[in-house]
Design a protein around this ligand. Structure first.
Ligand code: PNS
Length: 161
């Protein structure tokens, strides 16, 4: 059984993430979407809120082989604990590459078994990011093209506060 982990901040989840989840879920027997800590980014949503929105996404979209979890430590420690095979990351543009490449190399140094698979984002999602969603939402802009309607109200209300 091939087990993959898709880690990220998901602060909040966007259509860009959902598209990666959907494709990765078809490539592996099981996919864990892991809410992780990025020490370089402050979060707007609590871990519980992010987990809740991701769980709802998985349920509504009918991703049967996808589990949602969170971990506060090193991704690679979780990877080892779960005896996973692959780390999945989305690549939107060349500008993502250096950071992603560094993470993949560091993770493989810490655990030689850890393969990172990069999925190229669909072209319509290349400029999507949680930060863009947060900026638009904070100033009361319309975020309906960026996040699913079943979590839209929650995200918009939270960002306006
Ligand atoms: O969605 P993001 O913020 O780009 O995701 C980055 C994330 C959370 C996957 C990365 O910061 C991470 O792996 N955090 C867990 C801590 C860790 O293992 N850091 C070392 C990576 S080499």
């Amino acid at each position: 059984m091939k087990l993959a982990i898709y880690p990220g901040s998901f602060d909040p989840v966007t259509f860009g993430h959902i598209e990666i989840i959907s494709r990765a879920a078809k490539m592996f027997d099981k996919l864990i979407v892991l809410v992780s800590v990025n020490p370089l980014k402050p979060n707007s949503f609590t871990r519980e809120e992010r987990l809740e929105m991701l769980s709802e996404t998985v349920q509504v979209e009918g991703f049967d082989n996808v589990e949602v979890d969170s971990y506060d430590g090193l991704l690679i420690d979780y990877f080892k604990q779960r005896d996973a095979d692959v780390i999945v990351r989305g690549l939107r543009a060349v500008s993502d590459f250096e950071y992603e490449f560094q993470m993949a190399q560091a993770n493989r140094k810490l655990c030689p078994k850890a393969e990172t698979v990069f999925l190229a984002s669909k072209s319509e999602y290349t400029y999507f990011s949680s930060s863009v969603v947060k900026q638009i939402g904070m100033f009361g802009g319309d975020i309906k093209d960026f996040v699913p309607e079943y979590i839209l109200g929650r995200i918009a209300n939270r960002l306006k506060k």
